[in-house]
Design a protein around this ligand. Structure first.
Ligand SMILES: C=C(O[C@@H]1C=C(C(=O)O)C=C[C@H]1O)C(=O)O
Length: 247
């Protein structure tokens, strides 16, 4: 049988899932690659992967897709790794530079700017150095491990999962395990069992991970990230997709 090709996110947020997969027999059935989120999405769109932990915003570019797991990369309140960093209040920003590695958070920023903050800064998708600008009124989106320790460096810091909660009262789903074709049911059961093993062993995993001097990894993996794809998170996911379609 051909191996099932899986693209997972290469950030710390996905380490519990990797721990579970690497401690299970399912590794023999899969061909696993670790990619930045925008590439996870592109691999599923180009049919270079069968399953991806993809930014949920990218489902809008897939002709066929199905959620195949009860787990996700989500948050109920502040997530601590998805931000708009700014030197001015976001309502005064004239430009917002987007993170090329992101699909969901760039869209979340757009949804919040339009519907929550009700402002229309210029959105820049391909800034040569998107995370730095001399201009006081240029803000930027950034996701993942590159944000660790950064919130103290900016005058205005917006945690986008927290702002979404302020806006909608709902949790948020950044990425979900999505397939672009039917996947055998017995594989899905074994896959979720492996993911759950990883989540249940986060304390063991934490002992293996390098320490960050200015970031609380334990708080992040145990509390800020919320991995259960609950009914409320699904509701938030479909609401988010509706907001993106209306941009
Ligand atoms: C919480 C995070 O969620 C992520 C954000 C994503 C996006 O913006 O497209 C995609 C996958 C997740 O890794 C993060 O990266 O920090």
């Amino acid at each position: 049988m051909n191996k099932i090709r899986i693209s997972a996110v290469s950030y710390t947020n996905t380490k519990p899932f990797l721990y579970g997969l690497q401690h299970s027999d399912i590794m023999d059935q899969i061909d696993l690659s670790l990619d930045m989120p925008s590439d996870c999405a592109q691999k599923l769109i180009d049919d270079k992967a069968d399953i991806g932990l993809i930014p949920v915003a990218a489902t809008l570019s897939l002709p066929q897709w199905e959620i195949i797991s009860a787990y996700c990369i989500g948050a109920v309140g502040a997530v601590k790794s998805v931000f708009i960093f700014s030197n001015c209040d976001i309502r005064q920003a004239t430009k917002v530079q987007l993170d090329p590695q992101s699909r969901s958070s760039n869209n979340l920023a757009k949804v919040l700017l339009k519907n929550f903050w009700k402002v229309q800064p210029e959105l820049i998708a391909d800034a040569p150095d998107y995370a730095s600008s001399d201009d006081e009124n240029t803000a930027f989106v950034q996701i993942g491990d590159r944000t660790f320790g950064k919130p103290t460096r900016y005058k205005y810091v917006y945690d986008l999962a927290e702002e979404w909660k302020n806006f909608t009262g709902l949790p948020f789903v950044f990425a979900a395990w999505i397939a672009n074709k039917p996947i055998p049911a017995d594989f899905m059961v074994a896959f979720d069992k492996a993911l759950k093993f990883g989540l249940d062993h986060r304390r063991e995993l934490l002992k293996e991970l390098p320490k960050h001097p200015d970031f609380d990894l334990e708080q992040y993996l145990m509390h800020n990230l919320d991995f259960d794809l609950t009914e409320d998170k699904k509701k938030a996911l479909y609401l988010f997709l509706d907001y993106i379609k209306a941009l």
